[in-house]
Design a binder for this molecule. Structure first.
Ligand code: ARG
Length: 458
């Protein structure tokens, strides 16, 4: 492609270190779409004749059919997807193919292709997140009043409802969708026509190509447009936060599926057995989601470090922008689908969850609140009295509602029979009716609200 200036060809090592075709062939659809938009614009502007443009466009369509059918050939001499397509186009169309590269460079070309790819990755994430959120809201509706222990420090804290717990993840994934939508919008500027770095002297129409490729508008600064990879970092950072959420949910499922918890039975289809211990069913998919999250975070870091020292405009380091994004996207899509399957198909052992909520004196706060409300005792003192009740219950090996009224009277004579109304886990969750609280009535409202946000029927 640049033989005019060179006395000898590249060494084998140069060819190998230079080649991006092994991974950037994933951009073939975007590359052909970009070239078709570009040549249509060149023809409209009278820069290329209609006849040449038509031949080039037909050639590009033929290449798309070939790649769809047979895959993209990998010839290191051709370096990347852009040269691979152009070389095939030359075989099909002849020397007129050489007119396609008028008023553009591989620098704006790759920036355009990659933006298109990242924009569809954002759309995919949005779609998969939507499916996961539907699964969460369905399960939350089924379990609006299933009681389970709520934890802080992984110690039993207060009873909560399973529906409430699942909707916590709904909120996280809703924010993730917002981040992907934001990344999608910001990736909406089209670099095509910025050429190598400085723009071009040809009378091109950048509005036209931008529109045809589904972008919002042409990028405003050619130096920025060819050297900017913020859109890829935005995607990876949104993927990082999303992967963190997926990993936390995976971790809870692993915990809940363990024998001491026994809260959940993961679907067989998303579990594995052990080659030596016949009784085992392992939560491998959940563990791999937790593991893959680490890799996704690593890919975000990798691209950030690649970019941080680069002067304007394009440097070849930027060729390394694609593997982290491609690999992170593949892992993220897989993790989203796996977690969706686990949420949709797991069965919850609500009896066991209730039992766990009843152990560990999870309603101690309700006792303290009752003392404040019914006996007008300052909260700090109520906390102290409740501590004495917990101690006595532990000594007798019973729950707080297993103590007798005499036990309570011995601790503090201001305690009356009415206290037993608040000591059950159902009473405890039912009482937490503040906005955003765990009470079944509030959870049902939030389920309805969540369904509305997803555009589902109520
Ligand atoms: N393969 C290159 C990349 O992925 C394409 C751009 C090459 N531009 C250049 N001036 N060498 O970044």
């Amino acid at each position: 492609m640049w033989g005019g200036r060179f006395a000898e060809g590249p060494s084998a090592i140069m060819r190998e270190i230079n080649a991006s075709i092994p991974f950037d062939k994933a951009l073939w659809r975007e590359d052909i779409a970009g070239s078709r938009a570009h040549v249509a614009m060149l023809a409209k502007q009278g820069i290329v004749s209609d006849a040449d443009a038509q031949a080039i466009d037909a050639g590009l369509q033929q290449i798309a059919e070939e790649y769809e059918r047979d895959g993209v050939p990998e010839d290191w001499d051709l370096e990347d997807i852009h040269m691979t397509v152009e070389s095939r186009l030359t075989e099909i169309v002849g020397p007129a193919a050489g007119r396609l590269h008028t008023a553009r460079s591989r620098n704006d070309q790759v920036a355009t292709d990659f933006r298109l790819w990242v924009r569809s990755a954002c759309e995919r994430a949005n779609h998969l997140l939507g499916l996961l959120m539907v699964a969460l809201v369905e399960r939350a509706g089924e379990h609006a009043d299933s009681v389970m222990p709520g934890f802080t420090h992984l110690q039993t804290a207060q009873p909560v409802t399973l529906g409430h717990h699942l909707l916590a993840y709904f909120e996280m994934f809703d924010r993730d969708r917002d981040r992907f939508a934001d990344a999608h919008r910001r990736a909406g500027e089209c670099p095509l026509g910025c050429a190598a770095l400085a723009g071009t002297g040809f009378d091109i129409d950048r509005e036209m190509t931008s529109k045809q490729l589904g972008f919002i508008q042409p990028s405003r600064n050619s130096l920025d447009a060819v050297s900017d990879r913020d859109f890829a970092l935005d995607y990876l950072q949104a993927a990082t936060t999303c992967a963190i959420h997926l990993s936390r949910l995976a971790e809870e499922m692993i915990l809940w599926a363990s024998q001491p918890f026994g809260f959940i039975k993961l679907p067989d289809a998303l579990s594995t057995g052990s080659s030596i211990m016949p009784q085992k069913k392992n939560p491998d998919a959940a563990e791999l989601v937790r593991g893959h999250a680490g890799r996704i975070i690593g890919y975000a870091t990798s691209l950030a470090v690649t970019m941080k020292g680069l002067p304007l405009a394009y440097s070849k380091d930027m060729q390394d922008d694609k593997p982290p994004v491609f690999e992170a996207a593949q892992l993220l899509d897989l993790c989203l689908a796996a977690i969706e399957g686990m949420v949709a198909k797991s069965s919850f052992d609500t009896a066991r969850m209730r039992k766990a909520a009843e152990a560990g004196h999870a309603t101690a706060t309700d006792l303290a609140d009752w003392l404040v409300r019914q006996a007008d005792i300052p909260f700090r003192e109520a906390h102290h009295i409740t501590g004495a009740a917990v101690k006595l219950a532990d000594q007798k090996g019973v729950a707080l509602d297993g103590l007798t009224i005499e036990d309570y009277r011995d601790i503090d004579e201001r305690i009356g029979e009415g206290v037993f109304d608040v000591l059950s886990v159902d009473a405890s969750v039912a009482a937490r009716t503040s906005y955003g609280g765990t009470a079944p009535v509030r959870v049902r409202e939030q389920v309805a609200e969540a369904r509305k946000r997803l555009g589902m029927e109520n």
